[in-house]
Design a protein around this ligand. Structure first.
Ligand code: APR
Ligand code: PHB
Length: 389
């Protein structure tokens, strides 16, 4: 098979890019290892920045997002008895939308056939070849039958564990990593949220987050040691822990109910440079990971995809190679700022096992500063709502 752009991975990054290219009349094929049901079973964060909402709107695929998404004008930082509201709408003139990232993937997936975007599911042993040339190709097998796609560009949207990043030679690569000494234990339940806005809480027993998917579905997290097993956390134990960590006001508004999903996710900050090598570009989790504090994962993937689509349109429609050459630097400039914000918010809101009284005093001082400074709140708000692309 021959195409202009071969996209590896049908997560939100790959599907969004596929749709953007198709909308511009650029030929592309998406190759995915898993089946749709598996992909839609992955529960991911749920806060969308303007960039993500805007791209869905540009594609005309925001019908459900507009109908079901909850527009959020602010969020809260809690520390013990204290609750600091960050008035995002007033401070920035912008809002975020709470809408499950899995729903974005579903909307993109469902629209693929009608938009003529080919997505090959169940592709095994995907491998990349000749990425340093102008004629790279991808091989894979479906039902044991070998296949090959020849393209002008290959775009790696295959997440943290995919083969794309590994195709870039170690001699030109640089990796930056920080692994955190805890994970987030998440619970999803069909109960109304305890608060109309998200609450990120730093309690002496640890971190907690009250989030939601809709007016009737809540998503909560507590941080736990990496040695903890999800089997040891009954629903009741999680609700009890949330009630303590989120504080009395949130606890009073909390409705308990049976979990419909429960899992522990480790926290990691990771950046791979460069994000382009020859005819291969990386987008999303294949190039970087952020800890979930601030929910930047999908939004960063969306800004990568925006830059990559722009570059590919310039290349194919105007024979202009400059944006392809500049893709890595442009994408990384925004990636690093999101990495910084996710790391700062993680450090501010979690009790690290290695921290002593000094580090705790720094957290308290920073929260004091934030609560009394419009400048500090504006800085948090503009990062939360999403920096410009
Ligand atoms: N061959 C083909 N596809 C692969 C391979 C492979 N060898 N390895 C991984 N993939 C697929 C995965 O099955 C997955 O569907 O690539 C896709 C990557 O999707 P995500 O992991 O969701 O990564 P990305 O699209 O970059 O998502 C960015 O969105 O939902 C959020 O939190 C999520 O931060 C993440 C962000
Ligand atoms: C979520 O709703 O799952 C969520 C929200 C905000 C975050 C992380 C996760 O920072």
């Amino acid at each position: 098979m021959k195409t202009q752009v071969a996209i590896i991975g049908a997560g939100p990054a790959g599907l969004l890019l596929g749709h953007l290219l198709k909308a511009e009349g650029i030929d592309c094929v998406v190759v995915e290892r898993q089946q749709p049901d598996y992909i839609l079973g992955r529960i991911r964060a749920g806060v969308l920045e303007q960039i993500t909402v805007g791209l869905m709107a540009r594609l005309g695929l925001d019908g459900r997002l507009k109908a079901e998404g909850l527009v959020e004008e602010g969020f809260n930082l809690a520390d013990g008895e204290r609750l600091i509201r960050i008035d995002v709408a007033n401070l920035t003139g912008k809002t975020v939308v709470v809408y499950g990232q899995t729903e974005i993937t579903k909307d993109l997936m469902d629209a693929a056939p009608e938009r003529g975007l080919p997505v090959i599911y169940g592709a095994e042993d995907v491998a990349l070849f000749d990425i340093e040339s102008d004629a790279p190709y991808v091989t894979y097998a479906v039902n044991g039958e070998a296949q090959r796609i020849d393209a002008r560009f290959v775009i790696g949207c295959d997440g943290f564990h995919g083969p794309s990043r590994k195709a870039i030679p170690a001699s030109v690569a640089r990796e930056y990593e920080r692994v955190y000494p805890f994970g987030w234990l998440g619970i999803l339940a069909d109960v109304p949220p305890c608060n109309p806005e998200l609450i990120y809480a730093n309690h002496e027993r640890g971190f907690a987050l009250a989030s939601m998917r809709s007016h009737t579905r809540s998503r909560y997290y507590v941080d736990v040691a990496l040695t903890e097993k999800v089997e040891d956390w009954s629903d009741e134990r999680i609700w009890d822990e949330l009630a303590v960590r989120l504080g009395p006001e949130a606890a009073a508004g909390m409705t308990r109910g049976p979990s419909i999903e429960k899992s522990i996710a480790p926290l990691r900050s990771y950046v791979f440079e460069p994000m382009r090598h020859g005819s291969l570009m990386l987008c999303g989790d294949s190039a970087h990971i952020v800890p979930p504090t601030g929910a930047k994962g999908l939004n960063l993937a969306a800004s990568d995809v925006h830059y990559a689509a722009e570059a590919l349109v310039a290349y194919f429609k105007r024979s202009d190679n400059d944006a392809v050459i500049g893709y890595s630097a442009k994408a990384l400039a925004r990636v690093w700022k999101s990495e910084r914000f996710s790391w700062v918010l993680t450090k501010l809101m979690h009790r690290f096992p290695e921290d002593g009284p000094f580090e705790r005093a720094m957290q308290v001082a920073e929260l004091d500063y934030i609560s009394s400074s419009v400048a500090a709140q504006t800085s948090i708000a503009e990062n939360y709502v999403g920096l410009p692309v």
